[in-house]
Ligand binder design. Structure first.
Ligand SMILES: Nc1nc2c(c(=O)[nH]1)N[C@H]1C(S)=C(S)[C@@H](COP(=O)(O)OP(=O)(O)OC[C@H]3O[C@@H](n4cnc5c(=O)[nH]c(N)nc54)[C@H](O)[C@@H]3O)O[C@H]1N2
Ligand SMILES: Nc1nc2c(c(=O)[nH]1)N[C@H]1C(S)=C(S)[C@@H](COP(=O)(O)OP(=O)(O)OC[C@H]3O[C@@H](n4cnc5c(=O)[nH]c(N)nc54)[C@H](O)[C@@H]3O)O[C@H]1N2
Ligand SMILES: [Mo]
Length: 759
């Protein structure tokens, strides 16, 4: 932290670009000059192209409700487009809305101690969840079994009872193989799946659609159903209209018989319960077949399936690197199936969790974030890079994005195709970039105005993230150094220059910390059940546990759904229930998706699809022969993304240079030895790193630790290799940061060669 606060890269004053962005012509200015200049350019751009052509990104809300809220507040007033961090970062696990109708859920780490089996699929808890890692060790000491599925021998694999190396993005094959054993050997919890899932609901065999109650002779739609719900049909000798808000189907409901259904139209159609379709579709996931697809030994697969079904509670951790693939949604749906078939949801120590990214909002923030109920504009970042698609539901601004305002992020290193982003700024296609940071990052260099912010030790804020269910006050421990200012102050100053009417929304007359306290009091007053009764005075003494419906305020996802039979989904703030409940109209956990795009993709049920077919090979068929390595960019223990990239002590631990991990077989085929300087490249870009020849690295992968600033990479961007693929099933709905196209960092092919080798 000393390095960040006082180090040589600390921004001391505002800066204005006097030359071409990217070429170090930033010059010192006063706050007035920088703010006047920024406001003038933003006004000009808004007048010329419309305010929606200005894009704003402010990263993860839960780590600072006040200052990020201030940016949202101004963006809303000014009519700018907001890029939600969740999909921009690739952290949005799309299986959640698809299956459970929520944005995300997770078991708090204290609950890990109550698990008896923890199956970790590509999450490197020992390096990327440092504050929680000890709970995993303790869980194991308490007798829980830890199994890690990962192509690479990670620090977490090293602490596990068992490491199961599998091929990249083969997790769905493994999960479906496990599910098949569970079905074949009748190890599933039949009552659970009849009560809480869509497995009994009838699907037409001719068109793959769920049958609606009102279509069937003798049935009608119950009258008390909200518009965002749908009543479907099940069968137990007679047809039943399944009420989407009552989880009370009779136990003799059929799961596996094909039935003829008389429709009101006079037509008779064939139908099967989703369960039967699942059984049929799992037939191909035999242990032999899964071994071929994933490399996992077939006997191990059967043993693990039996263990998982027999050891309760079972907790599955699904890591970000693992869902940051094109078919990450399918992998999540397949993994969730294991928990659901075995009834491991909604109980202490059980469930499926995705710990990456702390996006879920914990309290109602609208009063502060969205002044006077105004409408916000949202545009997923991938569209900004990729351009609009035919199937998109989000609204693309008619002139595209012409200006960008960034805070809390370093997209010119960290985000998709950073080289393209750089080129667009250099060419003037993106006309204006503003960055708020406290360090001279690569993104500052590509900005037209740099506004110096302060670190989290220099300002008041409110923090509450999904994984740790506490509300915490962030209190300044030092006064801001140099000319750094908190974002709430920066927004106020910008607001009044954009439109004098706006100033009143930012507590004029108060200093930044006083204003922050007012915003906190407002959010405590209007934040809803989770923060009811919590006061600023209480927070000044220490963190306060958020209120929940679980005894002891523990965090166990879907506790109310399972224990009190409430319909799915629970509310995901800040969205309204009707926005997210439409994702699972049946009010149940849905494994069968009948929207047209899912049917067209052959993804009505969770299936395994090999990587690259619909992404890299579709983009460039030659990639199949040309680029046979996968570029896996995992998170480094030495940094938090690019933050601390410049930490001298951390860099000493890494010999001050980036590394790439290669399997010995691959290295020797390429004539690469340990310590050699290596180029990792594809048609889009290139990065160099020093080889670590490691038998723990999977075959045909180049593992690189993301987060290096360009200046440690000879000016290159490691994200120049990546590509903004958009998967059509992510476009079925659009609710910002909840159902939106997610970035797939690891869906990236490359080749490697020793520096100096002839091409
Ligand atoms: N120290 C530190 N901690 C961090 C961060 C940081 O930068 N530094 N960043 C934070 C953030 S924002 C995030 S999103 C999280 C990310 O944290 P994690 O979810 O742990 O993600 P990664 O470290 O990228 O990768 C975890 C593992 O996934 C494996 N993997 C890759 N592809 C596959 C696959 O197809 N299948 C399987 N089974 N495994 C695969 C990789 O080999 C790697 O070992 O970490 C958070 N914590
Ligand atoms: N290829 C590839 N790319 C990736 C990933 C990957 O696995 N592979 N991981 C992705 C993921 S999961 C994530 S979350 C993103 C993260 O990407 P970013 O969000 O861009 O994260 P950082 O690089 O840490 O940049 C954070 C910046 O915010 C600044 N900052 C910190 N606190 C404050 C503050 O209070 N105010 C202001 N104004 N600034 C502050 C820091 O100095 C730093 O420069 O990267 C993504 N990029
Ligand atoms: Mo992340």
């Amino acid at each position: 932290m000393m390095n960040l606060v006082y180090g040589p890269d600390r921004l001391k004053t505002p800066l204005i670009q006097k030359g071409k962005p990217g070429f170090d012509d930033l010059q010192k200015s006063t706050w007035d000059e920088a703010l006047d200049f920024t406001a003038k350019r933003l006004k000009e751009i808004a007048e010329k192209y419309g305010p929606e052509s200005i894009g704003v990104a402010f990263q993860v809300g839960g780590t600072g409700y006040v200052h990020k809220g201030a940016v949202s507040r101004l963006a809303t007033l000014a009519g700018w487009n907001i890029h939600h961090a969740y999909d921009q970062n690739g952290d949005l696990p799309m299986f959640w809305p698809m299956t459970f109708g929520v944005q995300t859920e997770e078991l708090e780490p204290r609950e890990w101690l109550n698990s008896r089996y923890v199956a970790i699929f590509g999450s490197n808890i020992m390096a990327t969840r440092l504050p929680d890692a000890h709970f995993l060790v303790e869980a194991r000491n308490h007798g829980a079994k830890i199994a890690v599925f990962d192509p690479n021998f990670s620090p977490t694999a090293a602490k596990a009872d068992e490491w199961i190396p599998i091929k990249g993005s083969s997790d769905a094959a493994v999960a479906l193989g496990i599910s098949k054993v569970i079905l074949d050997e009748k190890l599933y919890d039949e009552t659970f799946i009849k009560t809480f899932t869509d497995m009994p609901l009838l699907i037409r065999t001719d068109n793959g659609k769920r049958i609606k109650a009102e279509e069937v002779q003798g049935l009608s739609k119950p009258v008390d159903i909200p518009a965002y719900r749908q009543a479907y049909v099940a069968y137990n000798g007679q047809f039943i209209a399944v009420h989407p808000e009552k989880l009370d189907l009779p136990h003799d409901i059929s799961l596996d018989s094909e039935i003829e259904v008389p429709l009101k139209s006079g037509e008779k159609i064939k139908a099967k319960p989703a369960f039967l379709l699942l059984q049929e579709s799992l037939k191909k996931y035999t242990p032999e077949e899964v071994e071929k697809e994933s490399g996992m030994n077939k006997d191990t697969l059967v043993r693990i399936a039996r263990e998982m079904a027999a050891t309760k509670p079972l907790h599955i951790v699904y890591g970000a690197s693992n869902y940051q693939w094109y078919h990450g949604d399918l992998k999540g749906r397949a993994l969730a199936l294991i928990n659901v078939l075995t009834g491991n949801i909604g109980q202490s120590g059980s469930g499926i969790s995705t710990y990456a990214g702390q996006y879920r909002i914990r309290l109602k923030v609208a009063e502060w974030w969205v002044p006077e109920g105004r409408k916000q504009n949202w545009l997923p970042f991938l569209y900004m890079l990729n351009g609009p698609t035919k199937t998109m539901k989000a609204k693309y601004p008619k002139n595209g994005i012409k200006a960008l305002i960034f805070g809390w992020g370093n997209p010119f290193d960290q985000h998709n195709m950073s080289n393209i982003l750089r080129a667009r700024v250099e060419s003037g296609e993106i006309e204006f970039v503003v960055t708020m940071d406290f360090q001279m990052t690569t993104s500052c260099k590509y900005s037209h105005a740099v506004l110096p912010a302060v670190t989290w030790y220099e300002k008041t804020d409110l923090v509450a993230t999904p994984v740790h269910p506490y509300l915490q006050l962030q209190q300044p421990t030092i006064t801001p150094v140099y000319e750094g200012k908190p974002e709430l102050w920066i927004m106020k100053e910008l607001a009044k220059r954009l439109n004098p009417e706006f100033e009143k929304y930012f507590y004029p007359g108060l200093d930044a910390d006083q204003a922050a306290e007012e915003a906190i009091k407002l959010m405590l007053r209007t934040g809803g059940a989770a923060v009811e009764g919590i006061t600023l005075e209480q927070l000044k003494k220490g963190p306060v546990r958020l209120k929940s419906a679980v005894p002891g305020n523990r965090q166990i996802p879907f506790y109310e759904q399972i224990q009190y039979k409430q319909p799915f989904p629970p509310v995901s703030l800040p969205a309204k229930l009707e926005q997210t409940a439409q994702f699972v109209k049946s009010g149940r956990i849905e494994f069968y998706k009948d929207e047209d795009i899912f049917l067209q993709a052959g993804e009505a049920l969770p299936v395994h699809k090999p990587p690259f077919e619909e992404s890299e090979y579709a983009l460039n068929p030659k990639a199949r022969e040309k680029y046979t390595f996968t570029f896996i960019t995992r998170n480094a223990i030495y940094r938090v993304h690019s933050t601390h990239s410049n930490n001298i002590w951390m860099n000493e631990l890494q010999e001050g240079k980036p590394h790439v991990w290669l399997n010995p077989k691959d290295a020797s085929e390429k004539g690469i030895q340990d310590g050699d300087e290596v180029e990792i490249y594809n048609d889009r870009g290139k990065v160099t790193a020093f080889a670590v020849v490691d038998p723990g690295a999977g075959q045909k992968v180049a593992v690189f630790e993301e987060g290096w600033w360009s200046r440690y990479l000879k000016g290159a961007s490691y994200n120049s290799l990546t590509y903004p693929f958009i998967k059509p099933t992510h476009e079925v709905y659009f609710v910002p940061g909840m159902w939106a196209p997610n970035t797939a960092w690891n869906e990236c092919l490359c080749d490697v060669r020793k520096v100096g080798d002839v091409q």
